[in-house]
Write a protein that binds this ligand. Structure first.
Ligand code: BG6
Length: 477
């Protein structure tokens, strides 16, 4: 474990994300690397003690390994330059106590505050690699469309170098998603088949059972397309589809991921027919009645924001020409599950099950709730016949490696501490992902008659039709 003294300075430290995800992950990282400390920054007038009191329940739930003593607070009015004098003093004080301290600014803030914060950090010299070894981390949303993402990237580069910048997509920290590259490039039997000669289609699914969970204000301006597909699903797609990188270094991995996005053009030409939207209605999840999206707090009663989206994507390169990638994500679905299903082509000639089709071979990667990889193939059924049945060979992550898998955020924090950017989106990668999504957003009329699907179902009929048109169906797991 890396032993550099590290101070995470978290803007937005009194927010929800800090409590739910960041604090527990800082603590877990601390249990493996006690050189970590955390300085919370917020507008509220708190001091170290009151900030800790505010988070007392959470901090007390951690084993007493001295983490509490590593937590500090500084209030800052984000747009006021003078306010940063105290922040600098606090950082300098902590720097005196810790040799070669690296400072990592973590912006868990609405994007409109990124610019004033960065300008003020720069004004006070807190961007300095030489003095503070500064890095800066951005939480999503990273822009709301291509133009705003470009503008944001331009703004960042006025104050920081790209080598200091970490754009978080927490899916890239998930163990099972990191395993995509290992599965593909540490084995020899998948890669020869990993192309349009053998693969019929690839399905990437991100289903949740939760609704908007009190984030109505944000979600209604975003929708499933921007909230999940632009980032998490497209990141998964790029890892599944990319060419082998020259090395596992950040440059090479990110070069290959960007090339995947650059080969997606067809949506710009004609979007229609490649997408299905849905919005959850009232229904039942795990035996509990739940409200429709339009009845959730903060959602206008005539909202046409999608809580479900399914998309057909083609990657126009030598490897993937003609292979559809089907992406779908939705809230309030029957079952939570993030999966990738790689479906191989049908047999060229039927020798078995003459009245019936023989099932296609499938490689199924389950990311969550449980991580596993299974292969579905056909075997002979016992007896004197020529029938075949599909069977499954499975690798179960928990069973094999045990429970102790680090949470996504902890993995990412550790990479930032080490200074490895491979698991973070690069400027051009983010812009390319927005370019793809922009072509979809531009086609506004497709949302107008948005289909309502009951909560607890498998989503809108339109998504089924998308695959039926291609003579295929979704693999619901
Ligand atoms: C976030 C989205 O990025 O990812 C949320 O904003 C979504 O709407 C969440 O619920 C899903 O993350 P996970 O790790 O629970 O799959």
């Amino acid at each position: 474990m890396e032993s550099t003294n590290t101070l995470f300075v978290v803007f937005g430290a009194t927010g929800d994300l800090m409590k739910k995800k960041l604090f527990p992950s800082f603590y877990n990282l601390y249990t493996k690397n006690s050189n970590i400390s955390v300085l919370g920054v917020g507008r509220q007038e708190l001091d170290d003690v009151t900030f800790k009191e505010m988070n007392n329940e959470l901090l007390c739930s951690f084993d007493d390994l001295g983490f509490k003593d590593k937590v500090f607070y500084q209030n800052v009015q984000y747009s006021e330059q003078e306010s940063y004098v105290h922040l600098k003093e606090k950082i300098d004080m902590l720097k005196k106590e810790q040799k070669d301290l690296q400072v990592i600014f973590y912006l868990a803030m609405p994007p409109h505050l990124f610019d004033p914060i960065m300008q003020n950090l720069k004004f006070h010299g807190l961007d300095s690699i030489e003095i503070y070894n500064t890095k800066i981390v951005f939480e999503k949303p990273f822009g709301v469309d291509l133009e705003s993402a470009k503008e944001l990237n331009r703004t960042i580069l006025k104050s920081f170098k790209e080598t200091q910048v970490y754009r978080i997509d927490h899916y890239l920290g998930k163990e099972a998603i990191q395993n995509f590259l290992t599965l593909r490039f540490a084995n020899s039997f998948f890669e020869p088949l990993w192309n349009n000669n053998y693969i019929d289609n690839i399905q990437i699914t991100g289903f949740e059972t939760i609704g908007v969970e009190g984030r109505g204000g944000y979600y209604d301006t975003s929708g499933a397309l921007k909230d999940m597909l632009q980032n998490h699903l497209l990141q998964m797609l790029s890892l599944i589809a990319m060419e082998p990188p020259a090395t596992l270094g950040a440059k090479h991995i990110r070069d290959e991921k960007v090339k995947v996005f650059e080969a997606i053009h067809h949506l710009e030409k004609d979007m229609k027919g490649h997408i299905a939207y849905g919005q959850y209605g009232a229904g039942n999840i795990d035996g509990k009645e739940v409200l429709s999206y339009r009845d959730e707090e903060g959602i206008p009663e005539d909202s046409i924001t999608e809580t479900y989206v399914a998309l057909r994507v083609f990657i126009d390169n030598w490897r993937w020409k003609g292979v559809p990638f089907y992406l779908r994500t939705g809230k309030r679905m029957q079952k939570k599950g993030t999966t990738v299903v790689v479906e191989f082509k049908k047999l060229p000639q039927l020798l078995y099950n003459s009245n019936d089709e023989v099932d296609t071979n499938k490689l199924i990667i389950h990311i969550q709730p449980d991580a596993s990889i299974s292969m579905e193939f056909n075997v002979k059924t016992p007896g004197t016949n020529t029938n075949v049945d599909p069977v499954i060979a499975e690798f179960d992550h928990k069973e094999f490696f045990g429970l102790d898998t680090p949470e996504a955020y902890e993995v990412l924090f550790n990479e930032i501490v080490k200074g490895d950017q491979s698991l973070f989106a690069r400027l051009d990668g983010v812009e390319e992902a927005w370019r793809i999504v922009d072509s979809i957003i531009k086609c506004k009329d497709l949302r107008e008659n948005i289909e309502v699907y009951p909560s607890g179902s498998l989503g809108p009929k339109g998504a089924e039709k998308l695959l039926e048109e291609d003579g295929r169906k979704w693999h619901n797991l």
